[in-house]
Structure formats: C-alpha cells, structure tokens
Unconditional design. Structure first.
Ligand code: PAF
Length: 281
C-alpha cells in the first residue's frame, strides 16, 4: 500500500494507477473497526483499486466536542489497511487539507437533510462533513464511495450533496456492523466505561422493539417512539438526545411509519454519545 500525505502526491499516484479502471473510496477518520473493514471489503470486491482516507476533520467538530481526544492509532490502521489490500491511503495533515490560517474559509452548506436530528444538536457538524467530503471527492475522484448506514443522516446529507453538486461518484451504503450483543461498531465506543459498555446495547434493542412492533402492524410514529423512550428511560443514567422516525432520504419526520423510514435515536451514556438506526423494510 502506498501512503500519500500531500494532495499533489496523491493525485499523481492516483492517475498512475487508473487507466479507465474503477476506484472504490472509503472515507474515514481512522481508528478503524469492523464497520470500516466491511466498507473496505466491499470496495475491494467491487473495484480494481481501493483508496481509504484517514483524516480527523476539525471542521465537523463543535467547540465543546471531542476533536482533541478523538481516538487515533495510525499503526493499527495501517496494518488493517494492508491486511485488507487497500491500494492507496490518503493521510493528509490538517494543514494540507485546510492551508489557510482559518480552517475552511469556504464551506459547503447542506440543506434540509442536515437541519434535524444530529444537525440540530451539533450545529455546524454537517457543514464540516459536507465541506471535507467535497474536498475528498475532488481529490480522490472515486467511481464509488462507500458509506456506513450507522451514520444514517450523514448518508442522506452526502447523497444529496453528490446529487446537488453533480459529483460523478456512485454511493454504496453498507449495512451497520454490530458487536455480538447488538452494539453498532463506532470509534467512539472506546470512550465507554466497562459498566456503560454493558448497558450500551439497549439503544439497538429499543429500536428493534419498535421495528418489530411496526412489523406487527403498529405504524403510529408517536407510539413507536414512545416505546423506544420507555425502554431507554428504564436506565436513569441514559439521557435521550432524540428519537426520530423520518423518511430516510429527506429526513422529514413522519406521522405514519412506512417502508423506507429510518427509526433513529441518539443517547448519552455517561460522557459517551451513541447513535443508531434501523431502516424499515
Ligand atoms: O464518517 C466519518 O468518518 C466522517 O464523518 C467522514 C465521512 C470521513 C467525513 O469526515
């Protein structure tokens, strides 16, 4: 695997590699886990070449968020990428991505898909995501970009970005990868204390209860959300940020759940924020 740290080196390496062949791209912030590995495997299966980026993007973190303590382990990531046969790793510095003194003087501002849920609670987050993804797509110029369903709103925002700004990349969304007890893999799971790690699967199990109630014929979004709330409230240490049932592309909240709706929730367990979702079939 080649590791490229500047945009110039990367674009040269990319064009040396590609002669009309397909390139699969997995954008990440590193600290790779089984969820990322699934994206890389899928990209490997479907493309001649695979590019992964590792960049902890400062513009998508709020002032009080975890940019400084965001977990990083380059050697481990590098071994994983070698093992799964990634061809190019784009691993730029912050200065390489944001050379002006104030990071990101020009931003890409996503529209309505970014307003609710994560966007409402993390102001500026999706502006940072849309900006860095635009930059990465311009640099990498992939045939297909692979995203995890775990970040359901991010998927909706990036799909709309690609459509509205005429990027040529295809988007492939890969199902959430879970630990044996149901907890979705996330780099931030490493913040969980032992006790809270044991409790964390309740987020997914509460979503599962609502989705099986939906399958049993109860389509009232209010009722399904109430069921999730009741499950989560059983643990007094959990703080609920939101529970939502929304159409999964527009992210507009619905009154009646239907196929294609995303049931999602965000909670705090101690000082760890967890998100998860299920898309109804
Ligand atoms: O999901 C992530 O890891 C990030 O939000 C992304 C898409 C790499 C942009 O920084």
């Amino acid at each position: 695997m080649l590791i490229l740290k500047t945009i110039e080196e990367f674009t040269k390496a990319r064009s040396n590699l590609l002669k009309g062949d397909s390139l699969g791209f997995v954008p990440t912030m590193g600290y790779l886990h089984d969820g990322h590995i699934e994206l890389i495997k899928r990209a490997r299966q479907e493309n001649k070449y695979v590019v992964t980026s590792i960049f902890v993007n400062p513009t998508q973190f709020g002032q009080d968020e975890d940019l400084d303590k965001y977990p990083r382990d380059f050697e481990k990531d590098r071994n994983i990428l070698e093992k799964y046969d990634c061809d190019l790793l784009f691993f730029p510095s912050t200065k390489e991505m944001y050379p002006s003194s104030k990071p990101g003087e020009t931003f890409v501002v996503p529209g309505r898909t970014a307003e609710g849920l994560e966007g409402a609670l993390r102001p500026g987050h999706f502006r940072g995501v849309a900006t860095v993804v635009t930059k990465l797509l311009n640099i990498v110029n992939p045939t297909t970009t692979y995203l995890g369903q775990k970040d359901g709103q991010q998927v909706a925002v990036i799909k709309k970005l690609v459509e509205d700004l005429n990027f040529t990349t295809n988007i492939t969304v890969v199902p959430t990868v879970r630990e044996e007890d149901g907890l979705a893999f996330s780099s931030r799971n490493s913040y969980l204390s032992k006790g809270n790690r044991k409790k964390a699967p309740v987020l997914y199990s509460s979503l599962l209860i609502a989705s099986s109630e939906y399958k049993n014929g109860d389509h009232s979004a209010q009722h399904l959300k109430e069921m999730i709330r009741e499950q989560l409230k059983m643990d007094s240490e959990i703080t609920i940020d939101y529970i939502s049932i929304a159409e999964s592309n527009s992210l507009q909240e619905v009154e009646k759940a239907s196929p294609g709706c995303m049931i999602s929730a965000a909670i705090w367990l101690g000082n760890t924020r967890l998100i998860d979702n299920i898309v109804l079939e």
